[in-house]
Design a binder for this molecule. Structure first.
Ligand SMILES: *Cc1c(COP(=O)(O)O)cnc(C)c1O
Length: 432
């Protein structure tokens, strides 16, 4: 192959923090190869500017409309990232007591936290009430009863918003679709009104809003519109009965570009939501969103090195030092992740499956990619900032990767690489 270097530059899904300078991949003003030699691999690298830009695009799109951007912590829950977003003014959507404590440890105000999830335990509800969160997004009638009874015991009033299952098709992967009748999430649309009547009559409950979250990696606006209109119908019916809501939470779920998807812009997404409110004369409602992926996915890469070039007769494998325990999306959702060289090599490309060293055939990161590589080369898995590190595990007793946050020419280690002995610290051998 005699391609010029120019035509060999792989495309990157988002140019805010990551770009090639010549043949070298940079995160902001630092060469990724330098970060890999300083911190080792596998290594998560995040660009601060990409996170800030994503947050600010949302924030600015709301203009003067009262709003809160509740970052969904499970997408990437590193303290430094939560802290960065808290300083930018974000609130947080948490789905466990652990996430609530994490957000507080990162310096965020509990009063800016909403708590979602179908299985909140007594201990989690108690914790959230004691800390004084903004509201519970409740997902069933028994949950409402449980929260009311705990609030009664603690002598507090519990702020609640009902997560409605609007029964719309988010047109995304079934595992990340949450707004269909047969999903476990939310209160069935038909039960919502009676649940609100019941909630409004309970003295320990303060009804504050309504909420829906229909899925993730949604790349069209129509599912948000379908769900939004149904929720607005409910708000109108509740108002007729004298139940006035203060906020509407449209959830998260806006998709990002991994390969060639063309999701709506953050601005277009917000304009659609505000347009719906305006048409119904509901512009006084405080508008919440719970984005996760669309803030951090393209702000991160996972850097790994090629351990072995296992070229065979029928198939070539690039065995790398990152695996399904570091990045589970390909295995969980058959997700396509970009894989690009950290330093572009001139020469013939071959078709590879990029796989990790774990003893599972599901341990792959990318399939059938044209790459020109040698043993020891660095590769970057792109769009790895969301549902990467936060879904990682220690399977095969693999210490988890380090994480680095880059701002301009500064790199900061925001999570140290685990050591093997960290992994059995909590284990005990019974004495015979
Ligand atoms: C996961 C989740 C989100 C975030 O979804 P993204 O697709 O990452 O934006 C928002 N709200 C709830 C309730 C969630 O479970």
């Amino acid at each position: 192959m005699t391609d010029t270097l120019q035509t060999q530059i792989p495309s990157l899904p988002d140019g805010v923090s990551f770009a090639y300078r010549g043949d070298a991949l940079y995160c902001e003003d630092l060469p990724v190869s330098e970060l890999a030699s300083r911190y080792g691999t596998p290594l998560y690298v995040y660009g601060q500017k990409a996170i800030q830009t994503a947050y600010q695009e949302y924030d600015q799109a709301f203009g003067e409309h009262p709003h809160s951007i509740m970052y969904s912590v499970k997408a990437n829950s590193n303290l430094a990232i939560v802290n960065l977003l808290a300083r930018l003014g974000a609130g947080f959507d948490v789905v466990s007591g652990g996430e609530l404590l994490r957000v507080i440890a990162a310096g965020a105000e509990p009063s800016r936290v909403v708590f979602s999830g179908v299985g909140k335990t007594d201990a989690e509800i108690t914790l959230a009430l004691q800390k004084g969160i903004r509201c519970f997004n409740i997902e069933s009638i028994p949950e409402l009863e449980q929260i009311a009874s705990i609030a009664r015991k603690l002598g507090r009033r519990a702020p609640v918003s009902v997560r409605v299952n609007p029964n719309v098709d988010a047109k995304t992967h079934p595992y990340i679709s949450t707004g269909l009748r047969n999903n476990k999430f939310g209160v069935a649309y038909e039960q919502t009104l009676s649940l609100y009547r019941h909630a409004a009559a309970l003295p320990e409950i303060e009804v504050t809003g309504i909420d829906c979250h229909i899925g993730s990696q949604i790349t069209e606006l129509s599912p948000f519109e379908d769900a939004g209109e149904k929720i607005l119908d409910l708000i109108a019916k509740l108002a007729e009965e004298g139940i006035a809501l203060r906020h509407i939470d449209f959830g998260g779920g806006l998709g990002v570009r991994y390969k060639d998807e063309t999701p709506p812009s953050r601005k277009a997404f917000i304009e659609t939501l505000l347009g719906m409110l305006e048409r119904r004369g509901m512009s006084r409602l405080d508008c919440l969103i719970e984005p996760g992926r669309s803030i951090v996915a393209n702000a991160g890469i996972l850097v790994c090195s090629v351990i072995r070039d296992k070229t065979g007769e029928t198939k070539n494998f690039a065995v790398v030092d990152a695996a399904m325990n570091d990045m589970g999306r390909p295995m969980f959702y058959q997700a396509w992740m970009g894989v690009v060289p950290v330093k572009i090599r001139r020469g013939d490309s071959r078709c590879y499956d990029v796989v990790g060293p774990i003893c599972e055939s599901g341990d792959w990161l990318a399939r059938q990619r044209m790459l020109c590589i040698r043993q020891g080369d660095l590769l970057a898995v792109t769009s790895a900032g969301a549902y990467g590190m936060s879904m990682s595990s220690n399977y095969n007793t693999r210490p988890r990767a380090a994480e680095v946050l880059v701002s301009g020419e500064q790199a900061f280690c925001i999570r140290e690489r685990e050591k093997p002995e960290d992994l059995w610290r909590l284990e005990h051998i019974p004495q015979p």
